[in-house]
Structure formats: structure tokens, C-alpha cells
Design a protein around this ligand. Structure first.
Ligand SMILES: Cc1ncc(CO)c(N)n1
Length: 220
């Protein structure tokens, strides 16, 4: 079985919890409060910088020149393309660069970014890819799931359309292929570390949304 299918099956229960968590249920039916979505999108804009950095490190660690290009482009889209999505929400709500910079990275986002960047700096290529895969895959699945249920007048339509869209799904397919290609050459010990990384990132995806739902702040 390819790594990706095995990892998806092992983490299916966590995915199902994420898919049905209150944040995503309300995002789908459009009832999610502006306050919660703003919290989420500000944290996500911080997150995407770390995500882009981790992808750039994956590019640097790739052996195959085509994979260097693949990950360098993925780093670019994480920052540039998604920034335009977040930027349009910021504009709509009057959050300028100064206001954005003044909002701290909250604990779950901090944890996730720290995990991804530490993994990208310290771990081998294969483990870096396994840590990055849930970020792509879970968003694509959640995006499609919400897209099926959401009404045309959903206020978060731009978000839903981005993650349910063809372009993002093509990026996910490339990420799955790259991870399976890396796993095919991996020793059993390295494969085990890949699974650990995949599960850690899946859990952090949950924490990130849950943090937005709880309007999480540093307690001190
Ligand atoms: C937390 C998080 N994970 C994954 C994605 C998808 O790029 C995102 N925008 N934010």
C-alpha cells in the first residue's frame, strides 16, 4: 500500500473529527461568527509564512531537480496565492498590516508553525514531506466536503472555493505523489518516523481549528 493510503487510513478517525467539528459545521452553513473567522484567518496568515518556509526547506532537501522546482513553487503559492485570499478578507474588515502584526500568534498556531519549521530544519526530506502532507490533504477534503453543503450566499465563499478548487486539488495530488515517491525508498525505521510526523501534523490541524473556535489566547 502506498504511504499516503496507509497514513490516511490510520488517521481517518481524526479526519472525521476535524470534518465534523463545530468550526467546520458552522463554516459550511454560514453561521460561523465573524469574530471566529477573523481569529482563524489572522492566525492562518501567520501560519502560512511558516508553512511556506517549511516548503522552501523541502525544496532545498530534494534531490531531484523537478522536486526542487515543485516545492519552490509550492512555497511561492503558499505565501503569494493564499495571501491574496487572506488579504481580501483583511481588506473587507479593515485589518491593515500594522493591525495584523500586532495580533500575536496564538498557542495552537505557534505550536503548529514551530513543529513544521523544526521538522523542516532538523528532519530528513521524507519526514518533512510526511509532516507537510496533512496540511494539504485535510484542507482539500474539508474544502470539498464544505463546498457540497454550503449555500451560494455563504459569507466565507472565497475560502470554500479556494480549498475546494481544482488548483488546490492539483497541488494536493502532486504532494501525495512526492510523498509516496519518497516513502518508496524509505527504510522501515524512516517510514515509522514518516507516520509519526503525519499523525502529529493531523493533530495540529485539529488544534488549529479548535483554537479558532475557542478564540484561543495566551493565558499570560
Ligand atoms: C492551518 C492550515 N493548514 C493547512 C492549510 C492549507 O494550506 C492552511 N491554509 N492552514
Amino acid at each position: 500500500m502506498p504511504f499516503s493510503a496507509d497514513a490516511w487510513a490510520r488517521n481517518e478517525a481524526a479526519y472525521e473529527t476535524i470534518r465534523t467539528m463545530p468550526f467546520n459545521a458552522e463554516l459550511a452553513d454560514g453561521r460561523l461568527s465573524r469574530e471566529r473567522f477573523v481569529h482563524y484567518i489572522v492566525q492562518d496568515a501567520h501560519y502560512l509564512i511558516g508553512f511556506g518556509r517549511a516548503l522552501a526547506l523541502a525544496a532545498a532537501k530534494a534531490r531531484d531537480p523537478d522536486r526542487i522546482v515543485h516545492f519552490a513553487r509550492a512555497a511561492e503559492s503558499a505565501i503569494v496565492v493564499e495571501r491574496s485570499l487572506h488579504g481580501s478578507f483583511f481588506e473587507e474588515w479593515g485589518i491593515d498590516a500594522k493591525a495584523f502584526a500586532a495580533i500575536p500568534v496564538q498557542p495552537s498556531a505557534h505550536h503548529y508553525v514551530s513543529y513544521l519549521t523544526a521538522t523542516a530544519f532538523a528532519e530528513p526530506y521524507e519526514v518533512v514531506l510526511a509532516a507537510l502532507l496533512p496540511c494539504f490533504w485535510i484542507y482539500a477534503e474539508v474544502g470539498r466536503d464544505i463546498h457540497q453543503r454550503a449555500g451560494a450566499d455563504n459569507p466565507y465563499r472565497a475560502w470554500i472555493d479556494t480549498y475546494a478548487g481544482e488548483e488546490f486539488h492539483a497541488a494536493v495530488a502532486r504532494m501525495i505523489a512526492a510523498t509516496d515517491e519518497a516513502a518508496a525508498q524509505a527504510s522501515p525505521a524512516l517510514l515509522a518516523r514518516m507516520h509519526e510526523a503525519y499523525t502529529a501534523a493531523t493533530r495540529l490541524e485539529y488544534l488549529f481549528w479548535d483554537g479558532a473556535w475557542r478564540l484561543e489566547r495566551w493565558p499570560v
